[in-house]
Structure formats: structure tokens, C-alpha cells
Design a binder for this molecule. Structure first.
Ligand code: C2E
Ligand code: MG
Ligand code: MG
Ligand code: MG
Length: 283
């Protein structure tokens, strides 16, 4: 509704003006320190059902505010953590944080699903995947309330251990989302091999669709394919109302983007959830 929309606009995080250009230099030691000192926090970006206005889920997005460097972009420090073998440790730390937040929302009677990003590298480590499940179990959160998002940064369908991990998680009741679909390696062929429940359409597919009929054709085709494969859909990176309208007409119900909400600090997200009347009806 309008109130929560205004609220989110006002309280949306503001990056420093030079944030995009600045790529701070840090080394392995600094990242190790950051993990042991827990310098990471999570932002939450609502995923909205366009027809009811209900927030059905929030995606947890990692933030690193390094005392000397300031904010470091997540794609930069996630890639570094992957490269230096620190990604599993970092992921478990972040998951713990997200689960605590989810419990807090549940205590307030707010029912919302959590979308949580996993590095595809982690998936071939069966022990790690076991640890993930243990953390969720220990937090007393139902697997159905968690959707793990995976981006194909390489063709991990070649890695049978990764596919097995995903199949295993899905069997336990977790949702599995293919993130950033339309970029990189995730192609139509691989869609049929990944045991996913959901497809997240990348911004490059959705942005500007209201102005480009050709792009709309590609989108309609993708939507049809997803439906046939039994996948639910989320349109990512929706910034413009005109695009949202077209997406809706094409049969997309769930959207995530600045038009509705930017990634929010935990407390701000709590307020937005509280102010969403459908949210409370759902609880
Ligand atoms: P992602 O998982 O695809 O997350 C969505 C990104 O799109 C977020 O960027 C979000 O802020 C941005 N976004 C959402 N709506 C809009 C919009 O309307 N317009 C535009 N221009 N952007 C929008 P963010 O937070 O910078 O994260 C970037 C990437 O870093 C994520 O992409 C994800 O791949 C990675 N990442 C973030 N947190 C984690 C994490 O905890 N673990 C892992 N493995 N990766 C993470
Ligand atoms: Mg994601
Ligand atoms: Mg994405
Ligand atoms: Mg991404």
C-alpha cells in the first residue's frame, strides 16, 4: 500500500555517490578479520505479489561495512570469498543472521519466506550442504520457508555433486531458485537439468520491456517455458511502472525491484512488513 511504499522510499538505503566506481582494495587477511569480527550485515528486499500487494518473501542481501574502506560491493567481496576459500564460512555466518531475523519476524506474527543466496561453488561440498540444513533445523524454521537462490556462474550442471545437493535440498522441502536467468550460463537446456522450483528473470530481460516488442517476445517465450517446467517466476530489477504492467499482462505475478522496494535494513523491513495489511492477515 501507499504507506509502506512511502516508508520504503524514505528509508531506502543510500549508497555513497561514488559507490559504483569505487572498488576498494582488500586482501585475504582483511576479509578473514571481517568474518571473525562479524562485520557483515544483511539487507532485505521484499518480493511482492502484484495482484494482492502482499510481500510473499524477502531476499537477504549481504552488506560489508569495512571500518576503514567503507561499504564494499557484495559482488566484489563474494567473489573474493569464493576465490580465497572463505565463502562457506561467510555463508553460514550470514544464514545464522538471517534465521535469527526470521525468528524475530515470526515472533511478531509476520509470516514471510526467506530467499537466501548460495554460491554455486559451495554446492559441490556435501558436508557444507549438511551444515546448512542443520542450521535451519536448529533455528526451528521450516524448510518450506526458505528458498535458496543459485546463479550459474559456470556450467555447474556439469558438476553432478552440485545437482545432487540441490536435489537433496529440494527433497527436504527447501525452495530452489535459479537466479539471474537470462544472463551468463543458465540456458534453456540447463533449465531442465536443475531441480529448481523457481526462476528469477534477470533485469536484463525485464528492464525496458514495455518499450521493446522483441524483448517482450523473448520474455513471453521464457514465461511459457517456465510454466511448462512447473517453475514459478519472479521478475527482478523492476524499476518502472510501465514495465511492471507489461510483466503483469504477460502472466508474471511476483516482482522484486526498486519500483516496490529497495533492499532495506532489517528494522526498516520489519516496519514495511508490519504496515502491509495482507501480511498480518497471512499470519
Ligand atoms: P542478486 O542475488 O541477483 O541480487 C539482486 C541484486 O539486484 C541486488 O544487488 C539488488 O540490490 C539489486 N536490485 C534489486 N532491485 C533492483 C532494481 O530495481 N534495479 C537495480 N538496478 N538493481 C536492483 P546487490 O545487493 O548489490 O547484490 C549483488 C549480488 O551479490 C547479488 O545478486 C548476489 O549474486 C550477490 N550476493 C549478495 N548477497 C549475497 C550472499 O549473501 N551470498 C551470495 N553467495 N551472494 C550474494
Ligand atoms: Mg539473488
Ligand atoms: Mg538476481
Ligand atoms: Mg545477481
Amino acid at each position: 500500500d501507499l504507506l509502506s511504499l512511502c516508508l520504503s522510499r524514505r528509508k531506502a538505503e543510500v549508497w555513497p555517490a561514488d559507490f559504483e566506481r569505487k572498488t576498494p582494495v582488500f586482501d585475504q587477511k582483511l576479509l578473514c578479520e571481517a568474518i571473525s569480527e562479524q562485520q557483515f550485515s544483511l539487507c532485505y528486499q521484499p518480493i511482492v505479489d502484484m495482484s494482492s500487494g502482499q510481500i510473499i518473501a524477502v531476499e537477504a542481501l549481504a552488506r560489508w561495512n569495512q571500518p576503514e574502506l567503507g561499504m564494499v560491493r557484495p559482488d566484489v567481496f563474494i567473489a573474493a570469498a569464493e576465490q580465497w576459500g572463505l565463502i562457506n564460512e561467510l555463508t553460514l555466518l550470514l544464514l545464522e543472521q538471517a534465521l535469527k531475523q526470521l525468528q524475530q519476524w515470526h515472533d511478531l506474527g509476520l509470516v514471510v519466506q526467506l530467499s537466501f543466496n548460495l554460491s554455486p561453488l559451495s554446492l559441490s561440498d556435501a558436508a557444507f550442504v549438511q551444515q546448512l540444513q542443520q542450521k535451519v533445523q536448529q533455528a526451528d524454521i521450516k524448510p518450506q520457508l526458505i528458498c535458496f537462490e543459485v546463479t550459474e556462474t559456470q556450467d555447474f550442471t556439469q558438476v553432478s555433486a552440485a545437482i545432487e545437493s540441490l536435489a537433496n535440498l529440494r527433497l527436504k522441502g527447501f525452495g530452489i531458485a535459479i537466479d539471474d536467468y537470462g544472463t551468463g550460463f543458465a540456458n534453456a537446456q540447463q533449465l531442465s537439468r536443475i531441480p529448481a522450483t523457481r526462476l528469477k528473470l534477470d533485469r536484463s530481460l525485464t528492464d525496458g520491456v514495455s518499450e521493446r516488442p522483441q524483448q517482450r517476445l523473448v520474455l513471453e517465450n521464457t514465461i511459457q517455458l517456465a510454466h511448462k517446467l512447473g517453475l514459478s517466476l519472479i521478475a527482478e530489477g523492476v524499476e518502472r511502472l510501465a514495465d511492471a504492467m507489461v510483466l503483469k499482462r504477460c502472466g508474471i505475478q511476483l516482482v522484486q525491484g526498486y519500483l516496490y522496494h529497495k533492499p532495506l535494513a532489517a528494522e526498516d523491513c520489519t516496519l514495511v512488513l508490519c504496515n502491509s495489511p495482507e501480511q498480518q492477515a497471512a499470519s
